[in-house]
Ligand binder design. Structure first.
Ligand code: ADP
Ligand code: ZN
Length: 526
């Protein structure tokens, strides 16, 4: 009788954690994940960045017989991880396009000889001629597929070579697979499981919730004033403003600086030296505000960022979530403000569908629509966000603008009729701003030169402030009473549904508009 090697236990894993990493205990989910993979079962790990995913496969690799093959798409990251492992006394190596042939041969020999606990490879390398053949000679403990969302064309970082990883299951049917990612939406998760041909995997989803971030959406009108107003109400607090374009970053930054704020801009068009300087000044609190494109933030570790403003609508919820996640890392209260207007959706729609294959354009559009739903929500925003990441929040969060100040709805039929009538009487030729000016009885150039002061509904809405009208017209757009004719100078056109409201055949509920301070503060004194 030959003695079976003792299966590694969670105790041996805990000892290894202490010995190699110096940590006393696993984080709650890590332990369950490690137990599952040590039992030889396929495992899916969905954990936000910083959650501690690496240890989930590194510790099983250390305590198991053989070598763990780690598939990672990021060559730079591979090198860092391998060096960190070696630094902790764990034998590891990587093979990718940056590694020369003779060195690769050396590493291969070590792997076959059982001298490596972890071998990192890029997906291209893994699937290249001869590599799978070589792997057959290695005693493989498990496959760890890092950044597993790259397998899904629904994911935000699709890499076609990842889809070929399904070959692993066929070549190594008995070896457990662990897939890890910080992207947890349902479709990505489903793609990972089916494409890797995982066997009844257990899915570990650690919470993506960041309950200390107050989620706010503001109308996209007068954004500069909105930003200045917000910063004035958060004096000295460090924050990030995300803009769409480089030009926009620079322009907004100049406006803030002109108001005496310590602001800097950051985008990919600057030299590394310039960017480094701005980043450093922000880290040192020499700059209060960074106005940046989404290029900013990767790998930035500043725990006291108190707020993040989205000056434009992000193109999907993953991006939005990642960017607001840079606020409040220290766990103290933080705020995320999104400026939103319907025009942003149309602009973004053009951007995400331009010069991409039809299928991708469709996916991008669907994702943008989810983002739009979030921005237009009339119920707890955190619920919507977490639901997107396959999590459900039992009760309302009490820390978003909707929860703090639930919108009261009222019969807005009369208001809608005024707006519809004004649009009809100006022969559906006017855009939102001009329509509101007409309704409010303004006497400016655009109103007078069009003769709009002569129409019957001129001034019919002078009892309401601009922002209220702005909100109501947008609600009407979202409700399908109007549409925007982009090719006709953004003129508002009345839909069939709009006609019905105008004729009194349909009623319309509107949400009461909430001013900015109210959106941030709870209604009840706390
Ligand atoms: P992820 O890959 O999910 O972004 P990492 O694996 O890089 O996260 O881990 C994030 C940080 O948390 C690292 O500094 C890591 O050393 C630390 N960490 C992970 N697990 C533990 C633990 N059990 N105890 C203490 N620190 C941990
Ligand atoms: Zn809420």
């Amino acid at each position: 009788i030959t003695a079976e090697p003792l299966a590694p236990t969670i105790e041996s894993a805990r000892k290894a954690l202490k010995r190699y990493y110096g940590y006393d205990s696993f984080r709650p989910m890590q332990e369950d994940i490690i137990r599952n993979i040590l039992a030889g079962k396929d495992t899916v790990v969905l954990m936000p960045t910083g959650g501690g995913k690496s240890i989930c496969f590194q510790i099983p690799a250390v305590v198991s017989e053989g070598t763990c093959i780690v598939v990672s798409p990021l060559i730079a990251l591979m090198k860092d991880q391998v060096e960190a492992l070696k630094g902790n006394g764990i034998p590891a190596a990587y093979i990718n396009s940056s590694v020369g042939q003779s060195e690769a041969n050396d590493i291969a020999r070590q792997a076959v000889g059982g001298q490596l606990k972890l071998l990192y490879v890029s997906p291209e390398k893994l699937l290249s001629e001869g590599f799978l053949q070589f792997l057959r000679r290695v005693n493989i403990s498990l496959f760890a597929i890092d950044e597993a969302h790259c397998i899904s064309s629904w994911g935000h970082d699709f890499r076609p070579e990842y889809t070929q990883l399904s070959a692993l299951r066929r070549h190594f049917p008995g070896t457990p697979i662990m897939a890890l990612t910080a992207t947890a939406d349902r479709l990505t998760k489903r793609d990972i499981i089916t494409q890797l041909e995982m066997h009844e995997p257990r899915v570990f989803l650690s919470s993506f919730d960041r309950p200390n971030i107050n989620l706010i959406v503001r109308p996209g009108q007068n954004r500069v004033d909105g930003v200045l107003d917000f910063i004035a109400r958060h004096p000295g607090e460090p924050g990030i403003i995300y803009c769409l374009s480089r030009k926009q970053c620079e322009t907004l930054c100049a406006k803030l600086t002109a108001k005496g704020l310590k602001a800097g801009h950051y985008h990919a068009g600057m030299t590394p030296l310039q960017r480094g300087k701005v980043q450093e000044a922000f880290l040192q609190d020499d700059l209060q505000v960074i106005v940046a494109t989404i290029a900013f933030g990767m790998g930035i570790d500043k725990s006291n960022v108190r707020w993040v403003i989205h000056y434009n609508l992000p193109k999907n919820i993953e991006g939005y979530y990642q960017e607001i996640g840079r606020a409040g890392r220290d766990g103290a209260p933080a705020t995320a403000v999104l400026f939103y207007s319907f025009a942003d959706v149309m602009q973004m729609r053009e951007m995400v569908t331009k010069d991409v294959p039809a299928r991708q354009a469709q996916l991008n559009t669907a994702k943008l629509e989810r983002m739009q739903q979030f921005a237009e929500a009339a119920s707890c925003r955190r619920k919507i966000l977490l639901n997107y990441f396959s999590e459900s929040l039992g009760q309302d969060c009490n820390n978003c603008d909707i929860c703090r100040n639930p919108p009261t709805t009222f019969d807005g039929t009369l208001i809608a009729q005024k707006a519809l009538s004004a649009a009809a009487r100006s022969r559906e030729r006017v855009a939102i701003n001009l329509l509101i000016d007409i309704l409010r009885g303004m006497r400016n150039q655009a109103v007078l030169s069009g003769g709009y002061d002569q129409i019957k509904t001129y001034g019919a809405g002078s009892d309401l402030p601009y922002l209220d009208w702005y909100s109501y017209v947008h609600q009407m757009l979202n409700d399908g009473l109007f549409y925007i004719a982009y090719e006709e100078g953004y003129a508002l056109k009345i839909t069939e549904r709009g006609q019905q409201v105008l004729k009194g055949q349909l009623t319309l509920n509107l949400k009461k508009f909430q001013p900015a301070e109210k959106a941030e503060k709870p209604t009840r004194a706390s």
